[in-house]
Design a protein around this ligand. Sequence first.
Ligand code: ATP
Ligand code: MG
Ligand code: MG
Length: 379
Amino acid sequence: GSTLGVLGGGQLGRMFAQAAQAMGYFTAVLDADAHSPAGLISHHHIRTAYDDAAGLARLAEISDAITTEFENVPAQALRQLAQRRPVAPAASAVAIAQDRAQEKAHFGRCGVPCAPYAVIETAEQLAAVDAALLPGILKTARLGYDGKGQARVKTPAELAAAWDAMGRVPCVLEQMLPLAHECSVIVARGADGQVVHLPAQRNLHRDGILAVTEVYPGNLPDGQVRQAVAAAISIANGLQYVGVLCVEFFVLQDGRLVVNEIAPRPHNSGHYSQNACDVSQFELQVRTLAGLPLTQPRQHSPAVMLNLLGDLWFTQGDAPQAPPWAAVLALPGTHLHLYGKTDPKRGRKMGHLNITAATPEAARTTALRAAELLGIAPF
Ligand code: ATP
Ligand code: MG
Ligand code: MG
């Protein structure tokens, strides 16, 4: 049989491996962590760092094609692998997604508006920042996720202090925008340029981390959904992208749609597709990587996804205690996904709960009941 390789052994790699295995592939994971969620379930687990040449050579040797689940994998690692095997997405696309300044320049090339911003790499650029960008959010250009590497700043003095606190690394300052909604679109693009997409997801973030995704008709304004899908496709086409790409958007209070950022892989906001769509985002990743046909996914059930953070293990005190799964699973249409992580920590993504139902109202009612059982605040 063929083997599909993945750089990174987190939950996204695990769910990719599960989808690949369901279709008969062997899987190979490269991740230094002996207990990585994907490594635990894969046929091959190479326990080296992402920049270890011997580990990468071994991954190339045993894999027929290779993808990534980790946004910050060194682009050089993808280049090295691509000399021997098909790699999707390509290093060039991942490199753009890894750097907020390059990412925003790409949005500009595609004609998709983003928040007004300035690149801050030098003290001169800091001093020259247009005060109209304040209040704003200073974000490190690289390596930020789940709201880490960000500071909200109101004045030039706060901006300067925040940049100092970040160690004066390259950053972008974005104007703080008045949001009505957040949404995202997942597109899959094949090597032949064919593009399909999942329906737009409505996302609720708490403390910079995705908390809840809701997907059903009427959930987002129609006009903005059409714009978001068109924008996501043009961003993918502009990158000559091969694989699964998530594009995050803001819908502003005045109705304008602006792009926030992209992730060069399946995304937390697409997890509902495992139970609510006839093709999941992970199967799309397998199909793009293996050169299999893409068909437009069809959502067959309204869906809500609740992220299960490590905090839920600590509602009874300091010793971790498993949440009441049996009570949650007694609710119809609940689908529990746990990532095999044995040490819950606050803010750590331990799993997610997908809720499907015949109607949006029923999905919401069940999701709110599950949230109450789990100690997740209502939404
Ligand atoms: P992810 O885990 O999705 O990669 P991240 O750390 O890259 O997150 P962003 O997506 O840039 O962070 O921002 C996190 C959240 O902060 C957004 O989803 C949004 O709620 C809020 N936010 C970010 N930028 C802005 C902005 N310019 N105006 C208003 N809110 C913003
Ligand atoms: Mg991000
Ligand atoms: Mg984000």
